[in-house]
Structure formats: structure tokens, C-alpha cells
Design a binder for this molecule. Structure first.
Ligand SMILES: [Zn+2]
Length: 244
């Protein structure tokens, strides 16, 4: 587990600890200068954010021992290591139901997940084991390791939250893929049967050895002509005219 130690006074409150999260967001609510944060936790929060095009607000990130005691947090709380965050997730300004977020966080691989309320979820990246809790009733209550069955939510409901940017990514191809497709396309053109209307002209060109064909005997009538090939044609034609 990579727990980082940072100081607001050194790096500034707006220092980016991940692509979309600033140091101040993990800072303890008591305003302490030192901030601990887990880069694994931030990585997961970024994944959550990207999944649905959500905004993720951290209500409580790192907690000092004194602050954790004051608010009645568990003595072994992951917040003490900066490995936990109590979050509110919004989509287009509206809070996404925490039951859905619990399920999604389970799918995304958060180690600890607690249903705090309809609006808030506790997530953490503890070093060993997992935690699934319904914190409304009993702090330690375990939901049986599966929020989907606990809340009776189908996987398809969670999949619907996913934004369609991945479709765009799928459409985009690499240069290599494009080259390969282009090569395939050109190879198909080479062996395509020519049209009837050019029959006479083709016979003439072949008879006069302007069109010879490749090693496989393909005359390549439907293929594109490069300048290189055009020059060859002109040369052969010129030789033919000169010879007559
Ligand atoms: Zn928490």
C-alpha cells in the first residue's frame, strides 16, 4: 500500500494528488497541515468518477487520531491512514443513490465499502480483507460480501450508469490497425473482376503489353494506379509508338 504524506503548507491546498482530486479534498476537517493519502484509493476514486461521468465529493478523507476520536470514528479506521473516503457521488448535479454506488464500488474493486446513508458511502483501500457494511444499523454489520444481493440490484442497472465514451474509444483505431485494413482493402481490389464496358480496351492494352499483370497473373484493373505505375504505362506506350 502506498500511503503518501503531504503538507498543505509545502504543496498548497490545490496540489493535485490525482487527475481530478486536490490535496485539500483529503485534508482532515480539523485543518491539520499534514495530510495522508493512499494513491490506490485515489486511483479507484478516479475509476468511479470516470465510470459514470460523476462528480465525487469527499466529505471526510484523512483523519488525525484526535479528530477521529472526537467524531467517534473506529479506533482502527482506515481514515487514520488516509486510505478511506466518505463520498457523495453526483451525476449532472443530482446525488446518485448510495445503494447503486455501493454496488458499483464493489465491482470497481474497493476493498472496504460502507453504506452510510442514501447519499453517502464510505470507501477504503485496506491492506487485507474486505469490508461490506450497512452502517445505518450496526457499524460492524456485514452485508454478506455482496451489495447486489443485499440491496436486490441487478448488474444491468449498474451497467446503465456507464457513460458511452468507451464506444468512442472502440471506434478509434491505431495507425497499425488502419494500415492493416487499408492493405486488406487494396489486396481485395487487385483481384476484383473488371467491368464489361472496358473489355475492348483491356484486350488492346494486353495485346500491346501495356498491361502485363503481376506474378500471380492479376491484371489489377480495379486497383489504384500509382505515379510509378503510370510512368511505366506511359513508357511502354511511348516505346510502342516509337517502334511502329
Ligand atoms: Zn468512512
Amino acid at each position: 500500500m502506498s500511503i503518501k504524506t503531504a503538507y498543505i503548507s509545502k504543496l498548497g491546498k490545490d496540489y493535485q494528488i490525482s487527475r481530478n482530486f486536490a490535496l485539500k479534498e483529503m485534508q482532515c476537517k480539523d485543518g491539520s497541515d499534514m495530510v495522508l493519502y493512499s494513491s490506490e484509493l485515489l486511483e479507484k476514486l478516479e475509476k468511479l468518477r470516470a465510470y459514470g461521468g460523476f462528480t465525487v465529493t469527499i466529505n471526510s478523507g484523512y483523519r488525525t487520531v484526535a479528530y477521529n476520536k472526537k467524531i467517534g470514528g473506529a479506533s482502527n479506521s482506515q481514515h487514520l491512514k488516509g486510505a478511506a473516503a466518505d463520498i457523495v457521488v453526483k451525476k449532472d448535479g443530482k446525488i446518485v443513490n448510495a445503494k447503486l454506488i455501493c454496488c458499483l464500488c464493489q465491482t470497481l474493486g474497493f476493498k472496504g465499502i460502507g453504506y452510510i446513508s442514501a447519499n453517502a458511502v464510505h470507501v477504503d483501500m485496506r491492506e487485507s480483507g474486505t469490508y461490506r457494511g450497512d452502517e445505518r444499523s450496526d457499524y460492524r454489520s456485514n452485508v454478506g460480501n455482496d451489495f447486489y444481493s443485499y440491496f436486490k440490484i441487478a448488474l444491468s442497472v449498474i451497467e446503465k450508469l456507464k457513460i458511452r465514451t468507451t464506444a468512442k474509444e472502440e471506434d478509434e483505431m491505431t495507425q497499425e490497425q488502419f494500415d492493416q485494413m487499408m492493405e486488406n482493402y487494396l489486396a481485395r481490389l487487385k483481384v476484383k473482376t473488371p467491368s464489361d464496358w472496358s473489355k475492348e480496351e483491356r484486350a488492346w492494352a494486353e495485346k500491346n503489353r501495356l498491361i502485363i499483370g503481376d506474378a500471380e497473373g492479376n491484371k489489377q484493373y480495379k486497383a489504384y494506379c500509382t505515379r510509378e505505375q503510370m510512368v511505366m504505362l506511359l513508357y511502354r506506350l511511348y516505346q510502342k509508338i516509337k517502334g511502329e
